[in-house]
Design a protein. Structure first.
Length: 238
């Protein structure tokens, strides 16, 4: 049955919350500015950047089994996290619960009255349960490459951890990343736009842009004394 959503890994039916209406599959709006130019038909479109989209507002219409559970439901349905909807299993959105849920009408003797839960979602749907890819170069090798296939319909923002020593150059498609003075591991986090090792910033050891993995095949190559690479691909879809 499609009568559920999951918020931060907990299915709504565990709280007696059942979904009457799932949010429709919605494509986010591309962020753009439209300028009317005098004497010119139509308008001039200026994009804010490549693959820049607005948030989505996705609403689940629900009922609850037992109004006595409203206090614990309120404790559960708040803040930020991940949401999975039954009509789009296998992945999730990053989201926040943003509305004041009108439970007062239920408490006034309408236990089966429906209410809305509004999730303000980041524009991309992320594929869940995707394993990390661990790459171990041949012993004694100072260069190599691998190919990864992005099944999504938009570029992903991977998290790449490089373990090695000395000076290392990483090339992801056309993006060149140089790492200096390595003696251990550095994580290149394209989601946070940060380089770090554990809790220590490594931005001063990295030069270049943060890489993305385009839909279809992408090549990751390297030169230098690399012990291994670990890639968290973060496949995503519009």
């Amino acid at each position: 049955m499609n009568d559920w959503f999951e918020w931060n890994g907990v299915r709504s039916t565990e709280y007696g919350v059942h979904v009457l209406e799932q949010p429709p599959l919605t494509m986010p709006a591309e962020r753009a500015t439209f300028t009317v130019v005098p004497g010119r038909s139509g308008s001039l479109t200026t994009l804010e950047g490549d693959d820049v989209y607005d948030d989505l507002m996705l609403t689940a219409t629900c009922i609850i089994d037992n109004p006595a559970r409203i206090p614990e439901i309120c404790s559960w349905l708040r803040g930020g996290g991940t949401v999975t909807f039954a009509n789009r299993e296998g992945g999730f959105y990053y989201a926040r619960v943003v509305n004041q849920i009108p439970f007062e009408k239920i408490l006034r003797g309408n236990p089966h009255r429906s209410f809305a839960v509004n999730f303000r979602c980041k524009p991309f749907w992320y594929q869940s349960d995707v394993p990390d890819k661990r790459i171990q170069p041949a012993s004694g090798s100072t260069s190599g490459y691998v190919t990864m296939n992005n099944p999504g319909n938009i570029a992903s923002e991977p998290i790449i951890t490089v373990t090695g020593t000395g000076e290392i150059t990483l090339i992801v498609d056309m993006t060149i990343v140089e790492l200096s003075d390595m003696n251990g591991d550095i994580t290149i986090d394209s989601v946070l736009q940060e380089a770090y090792s554990g809790v220590e910033s490594m931005n001063n050891r990295m030069s270049g842009d943060f890489p993305t993995l385009s839909p279809g095949n992408s090549t990751i190559s390297w030169t230098g004394n690399v012990t291994y690479l670990t890639v968290t691909p973060n496949w995503r879809y519009l």
